[in-house]
Design a protein. Structure first.
Length: 319
C-alpha cells in the first residue's frame, strides 16, 4: 500500500529546471530519508509536494499523489484544506517559521480552529495537550509564551506540535535537528520516533546528516543536483552503496576508530541549475567516471530487490 507517490516530478523556474524526474514512494507509517548536499533539491522536493513553491516556481512535469489525491494538481483553496490536516511540514528554522507576535498556544490553536472547527477555549486546552505530547515542560505555562521565550529545542517541539495538531497521515520534516546540539537532537529524534509509533504517521525526513538517517529511516533516497542518484533500504544502502556519490558521502563521515587522518572530501561542488554538465551530473566529480557518463542522464537501474542507482556501472545489473 502506498501513502505518497511522487512520479517523475520536475520543477522549473523560468527556463531553469531545479528538479528533474524525481520519483519515490512512501508507505503508511514508513520513514523515508532524503539526503544529499546543499543544492541537491531536497527541500524543493518537499515544497513541491506541499504546494509551497517559491514565487516563479512551477511543476513542469510529473505529479505527487497522496492517498489517491493528486496534490500537485489541486487549486490553492483545496490545498489549504489539505495542508495541516492530511499532510504537514516542519520547516528548517523554527525561529523564522514561528510568528514572533503570537504566543505558541495561539499558533497551535489556529490550526485546530481552522481544520477541526474547535472554539477558542477548546482549541486552547487542546494546544496545552499537544505541548505536553511533544514534551515541553510546564505546558500550561509555556502555552502563553512567545517564540523568543523558548529555547531552540523547545521551539522545534512547538513546531512539531503545530504540525501534529490534526494528526496528519504524512509529516514532512525538513532538517528538524539543524543547529541543535547533540543531546537536543537526540531528544527530537526520540520524540519523532515515539510519535510515529503512537500516531501511525509516515515521515519524509530531509537531512544532510547521514547519522540521523541511519538511526531513524527505513528507506533512503539520495539526491544530487536535482535528480535521484540512489534509492534503497537504509541498512542495505549504508552497507553497500551502489552509486559513487553515495559511497563518497559515506566516506566523508568522520571515524572515531583507527589512526587520525585527513577527512576525505568530494572534490568540486554541486553544479548550479544554469550550468548542469551533460549526462550524469556527478560525472565531473566522480572517481569512477568514464566516457559514456556524459552521453545522457542515466536512468535508475535496478541493482537488487528494492535497490536502484542512476549509474552506468549498473546498466547490466539484474534486479
Amino acid at each position: 500500500m502506498t501513502l505518497l507517490s511522487v512520479e517523475s516530478l520536475s520543477v522549473s523556474f523560468g527556463p531553469l529546471t531545479v528538479l528533474d524526474d524525481v520519483s519515490f514512494t512512501i508507505a503508511p507509517g514508513e520513514v523515508l530519508g532524503v539526503v544529499g548536499e546543499s543544492g541537491s533539491g531536497k527541500s524543493m522536493t518537499a515544497l513541491a509536494v506541499m504546494g509551497l513553491l517559491p514565487p516563479g516556481g512551477r511543476i513542469a512535469r510529473g505529479r505527487a499523489v497522496l492517498e489517491g489525491t493528486e496534490v500537485t494538481a489541486l487549486p490553492e483553496r483545496e490545498l489549504q484544506r489539505l495542508r495541516g490536516a492530511r499532510m504537514a511540514m516542519i520547516f528548517q528554522e523554527p525561529m523564522s517559521s514561528l510568528n514572533p507576535v503570537l504566543t505558541i498556544g495561539e499558533q497551535v490553536a489556529e490550526v485546530l480552529r481552522r481544520h477541526r472547527g474547535l472554539d477558542r477555549r477548546t482549541a486552547h486546552n487542546e494546544a496545552v495537550s499537544l505541548l505536553r505530547l511533544v514534551e515541553i515542560p510546564g505546558a500550561e505555562r509555556r502555552v502563553d509564551d512567545y517564540p523568543h521565550q523558548l529555547s531552540g529545542g523547545q521551539r522545534q517541539r512547538a513546531m512539531i506540535a503545530i504540525a501534529l495538531a490534526c494528526r496528519p497521515r504524512l509529516l514532512i520534516a525538513d532538517e528538524p535537528t539543524t543547529a541543535l546540539d547533540a543531546t537536543v537532537q537526540a531528544g527530537i529524534l526520540d520524540l519523532l520516533r515515539g510519535l510515529r509509533q503512537e500516531l501511525g504517521m509516515a515521515v519524509l525526513l530531509i537531512t544532510h546528516d547521514l547519522g540521523v538517517v541511519a538511526d531513524f529511516a527505513d528507506r533512503v533516497v539520495v539526491m544530487y543536483a536535482g535528480r535521484v542518484a540512489e534509492t534503497g533500504r537504509a541498512a542495505d544502502l549504508f552497507a553497500r552503496p551502489a552509486h559513487p556519490y553515495t559511497a563518497a558521502l559515506l566516506a566523508a563521515i568522520p571515524r572515531l576508530e583507527g589512526p587520525v587522518s585527513d577527512l576525505p572530501a568530494i572534490p568540486g561542488t554541486v553544479p548550479s541549475p544554469w550550468s548542469m554538465p551533460p549526462g550524469c551530473r556527478f560525472a565531473p566529480r566522480c572517481p569512477e567516471a568514464r566516457p559514456g557518463c556524459t552521453a545522457a542522464p542515466p536512468p535508475l537501474y535496478p541493482v537488487a530487490a528494492d535497490r536502484a542507482a542512476a549509474c552506468i556501472l549498473h546498466a547490466g545489473a539484474i534486479a
